[in-house]
Design a protein around this ligand. Sequence first.
Ligand SMILES: [Cu+2]
Length: 163
Amino acid sequence: MTATRTPLVALLAAAALALSGCAGGASQAPGAGEPSQSAPGQSAPDQSDAPLATGGDSAAPAAGAALTGMVGTADDPEAYEIALLDETGAPVTTLPAGEYTLTFADRSRMHNFRLTGPGGVDVATDVAGSDESTIEVTLEPGTYTFVCDPHPGSMQGEVEVTG
Ligand SMILES: [Cu+2]
């Protein structure tokens, strides 16, 4: 029994020495370790700032309301429907002039969404493939037209922008 204990104690002692040895070695590092410990502390505020900064970046919507240019319907992307929607999903027919973020909702392979009007605005998605990207557009007073290029007869609309 004592024979087994002795090696254990020796091992523990060795471990303690090793630990103290490490601690001693690290005792020189505390100076360098403290800054690294405060760094994580600083990164926490940075992380809390990050969402705020992101919110600041997405303040673009704050500069102008978000619009959605949709073709088809949520249930049927190939439906022969086109609409310019506001943030609540309601079709818009008039808008105040200003900056807007326009998000395409084009999941159709045979329709597209094109918006044209004053200020040289001419933005569109491809007919083939889907496009759910977001762009910025500046709308000036006047009449803007949105249309599906392949089906202008059945898929088009207008929005009046007021100054
Ligand atoms: Cu179409």
